[in-house]
Design a protein around this ligand. Structure first.
Ligand SMILES: Cc1ncc(COP(=O)(O)O)c(C=O)c1O
Length: 475
């Protein structure tokens, strides 16, 4: 009796046969994305968390069967479920967070990154990918620090990691002069305070930001009282309101008080690409370290973070040696040493999707995306200002618009936001500003039309039921 030959193992994504194995699977994936989005038919699934989780479990079960369902069935079931249950930032009413709709070209490039799977911790795992990362980081660093002789940048998982690295580099720079004191605005991202905790630094000094931006007079006062190594963190594009701290004033104060300056431009940094809006970032290049996220106003799939420095020597504290990855004799023989380019070891080639995007769109294309998105935010603010039933917090600097139905209480706002989520109508954020709770629309979709924005406001107004007496507010 002849024994049947064992089935071939599951096909690989790379190698000469990889693309042929991928093509039919991609067809299944693209169909599932289409049907999933159609079944959802809004910015997020209606029904709330329990309903979405039940749907997902139904599609996923059994997640580890004794005998597999095969690639097409598994992809169809789970990609469909994920798309049907997505909060899809490509929908114009999905505007809560700095959660961008990725460009098709960037997502396509990311597929190649997955198929080739270079790992960015040693040259022998990423020969061309490491050269591309080097070219990309130098290009971006030169964009940020145009007058610097040797600017450089690292690829990170996002603003949180970039902010941590910035603090680590500052701590190491001052290692022999006592503990580093971080000074942040009350408007700074929470990851900075967390990074100080992680790195064993003293509690940050928090400077008031009464109108949403760091107050230079208060910063001056705080720096006058500090007599130890200090790093000031300013923000170009705050998480809550999208405002930009007065960077030239802050840079002057840092020079005067001999403090280091970190600028968290995770959100606002891409304005550099726009000749129309670049002036809002004046002073950015005076930073010692700079955070930039291209998975916010850069339309990249997560993750696409950058930490840039005006001089590559600033990155020296990250140098690290592990014989299996960067033996001295390998480095002496000319194999690039990549281990000092991150605190991580195995690392995806996130440079690929970013580089493809820059090359595909060019400066003009990127500027157009930035300008369109900022214009959409201004238009939304116009509509709110004109509407007697709505109140605008302030004109947007970037793409964040805070508003609320007039006479709503804070509890009304919180309930309204959750009702819109529950019914799958709109994904709006919430922010406390000027002592009150606001709905927050963070526009990141350059395809958003004026009609989309009118419809968004219609949803807000039609789901608003003032049910909570004024005494519940926290004015
Ligand atoms: C100003 C700012 N900095 C840093 C971060 C953290 O970025 P990430 O979520 O990519 O780690 C955010 C996130 O929203 C942010 O708004």
């Amino acid at each position: 009796m002849s024994v049947p030959p064992p089935a071939a193992p599951a096909p690989l994504a790379g190698g000469p046969a990889g693309p042929a194995a991928l093509r039919p699977l991609l067809d299944t994936v693209l169909t599932a994305l289409t049907t999933g989005a159609r079944d959802r038919s809004g910015p997020l699934p209606a029904g709330g968390p329990a309903h979405t989780a039940a749907q997902l479990h139904r599609a996923a079960h059994p997640l580890l069967p004794a005998t597999g369902s095969g690639p097409h069935e598994a992809l169809r079931a789970l990609v469909h479920a994920l798309a049907a249950g997505a909060a899809d930032p490509a929908h114009p009413h999905c505007t809560a967070h700095l959660h961008c709709p990725p460009l098709a070209v960037a997502a396509a490039a990311d597929l190649a990154a997955s198929a080739l799977n270079p790992s960015m911790d040693s040259w022998d795992q990423a020969p061309a990918a490491s050269a591309l990362e080097d070219a990309l980081t130098r290009t971006l660093a030169a964009e940020i620090f145009p007058d610097a002789a040797h600017p450089d940048a690292l690829i990170t998982t996002g603003g949180t990691e970039s902010n941590q690295l910035a603090l680590l580099l500052a701590r190491e720079k001052h290692a022999h002069h006592g503990p580093l004191q971080l000074v942040v605005g009350a408007n700074a991202h929470h990851s900075l305070t967390r990074a100080a905790w992680l790195l064993g630094l003293p509690e940050p000094v928090v400077v008031p930001a009464p109108s949403g931006t760091l107050d230079p007079a208060a910063l001056d006062q705080a720096l006058t009282q500090l007599h130890r190594p200090t790093l000031v963190a300013a923000t170009a594009g705050t998480t809550d309101t999208g405002q930009i701290d007065p960077l030239p004033d802050i840079a002057d104060l840092c020079r005067h008080h001999r403090a280091g300056l970190h600028v968290d431009a995770a959100y606002g940094g891409p304005l550099l690409f726009s000749p129309t809006h670049r002036h809002l970032l004046t002073g950015l290049d005076r930073a010692d370290t700079l955070t930039l996220d291209l998975h916010k106003l850069g339309w990249q799939p997560v993750a696409a973070g950058i930490l840039a420095v005006p001089d590559t020597t600033a990155l020296a504290p990250l140098a690290h040696q592990a014989d299996y990855l960067n033996a001295d004799d390998d480095t002496d023989a000319g194999l690039p040493d990549l281990l000092g380019r991150s605190l991580r070891t195995t690392r995806r080639p996130d440079a690929l999707k970013i580089a493809v995007t820059l090359k595909a769109l060019g400066r003009d294309g990127l500027a157009d995306l930035v300008d369109r998105t900022l214009a959409a935010a201004r238009h939304l603010a116009d509509l709110i200002e004109k509407h007697p039933g709505l109140e605008l917090h302030d004109r947007p600097t970037l793409t964040t618009v805070l508003f609320r139905p007039t006479r709503a209480t804070d509890d009304d706002i919180a309930h309204l936001r959750r009702r819109l989520l529950q019914q799958g109508r709109a994904v709006l954020g919430r922010t406390r500003a000027a002592g009150r709770l606001w709905l927050k629309a963070t526009l990141l979709n350059p395809h958003t039309t004026p009609d989309d924005l009118e419809n968004l406001l219609d949803h807000v107004l039609s789901h608003y039921t003032p049910a909570h007496p004024e005494r519940h507010t926290h004015r």
